[in-house]
Design a protein. Structure first.
Length: 157
């Protein structure tokens, strides 16, 4: 079983843009956004992806993830089956030590939200935090894309 282990943080400033080695636009929707069992369709750089994620562990750090590349036309057709609410964001990749941080800058109803994730090989793996990293939000479901799709950042009080 493929296990995704990651930590998630808020971002303090926009310096990640200048430090990024690459960036790409991502549009994604959810065929199913049930807590603990999501099925996501993503279009990134002209390619499609279908992803299934299982429930997170107690800390929110680790969960099952399966992803398969699909054709762009398949992804576009599957997007029509998605629940209401689309996630639209630019992902910046920023190297920090031996890790790559994925910094997501959201648009639309999630405008103003910027989060960074780092994938790890083990939950207790150490890593070098870039200077733009702020408060840790690992395990806070409000920052899951499947939650943001239903309860966008701009609607938070």
């Amino acid at each position: 079983m493929a296990q995704e282990i990651e930590r998630k943080f808020l971002v303090k400033d926009d310096s990640y843009r200048q430090e990024a080695c690459s960036h790409s636009r991502i549009v994604q929707g959810y065929i199913s956004s049930a807590r603990g069992r999501t099925v996501r369709v993503r279009i990134r750089d002209g390619k499609g992806y279908l992803t299934i994620k299982g429930p997170s562990n107690e800390s929110g750090t680790s969960r099952y993830e399966w992803e398969k590349e699909i054709t762009l036309s398949e992804a576009e057709e599957l997007m029509k089956l998605c629940e209401p609410g689309i996630i639209d964001k630019t992902r910046y990749l920023v190297k920090s030590g031996s890790h790559i941080f994925e910094v997501d800058e959201f648009y639309g109803e999630n405008q103003g939200l910027v989060v960074a994730e780092v994938e790890l090989k083990a939950e207790d793996e150490t890593f070098e935090k870039p200077h733009f990293i702020g408060k840790e939000v690992t395990g806070d479901v409000r920052y899951y894309n499947s939650f943001l799709m239903k309860t966008p950042f701009l609607s938070w009080k």
